[in-house]
Design a protein around this ligand. Structure first.
Ligand code: AMP
Length: 119
């Protein structure tokens, strides 16, 4: 599957659509989810054109990988989520419920997040 550069996160990265920015560096952008499912609900995305977690994991450079997971560490520290804990979710493909075909990691926290999957 080819990367669709008209997806909404690609538009956010190009500045065509606004976002509530939480963090940014050379390789990563993080912003608040527009429809939060928890008191803290942040989306972390690579700036590179990666469709999914598996695409990113296999094709990203070591610098991009380090920057991505370092950004998550910085965000959860800054938001005070480390002690109580948090959940990261990377919905992938149709069965995973992925709506936006640009890899993104949800960070959810600020309350008990509940069951891992809905029944
Ligand atoms: P997923 O189902 O994993 O692809 O999640 C996509 C997420 O993107 C959902 O939680 C949406 O609420 C969120 N979302 C969609 N459009 C925007 C936007 N413009 N700004 C922030 N979050 C968005």
């Amino acid at each position: 599957m080819a990367y669709d550069d008209q997806n909404i996160f690609a538009k956010i990265l190009r500045g065509e659509i606004p976002c509530q920015e939480v963090y940014q560096d050379d390789h990563v952008l993080a912003f608040n989810d527009i429809a939060p499912q928890a008191p803290v609900h942040i989306l972390v995305i690579p700036k590179g054109a990666y469709i999914s977690i598996d695409d990113f994991g296999v094709n990203a450079t070591p610098e991009e990988l380090k920057a991505f997971y370092s950004a998550i560490d910085k965000i959860v520290s800054d938001k005070g989520l480390k002690e109580a804990g948090f959940r990261c979710i990377a919905n992938t493909g149709e069965n995973g419920g992925q709506e936006v075909p640009h890899f993104h990691m949800h960070i959810l926290g600020g309350k008990k997040i509940g069951p891992m999957v809905s029944s």
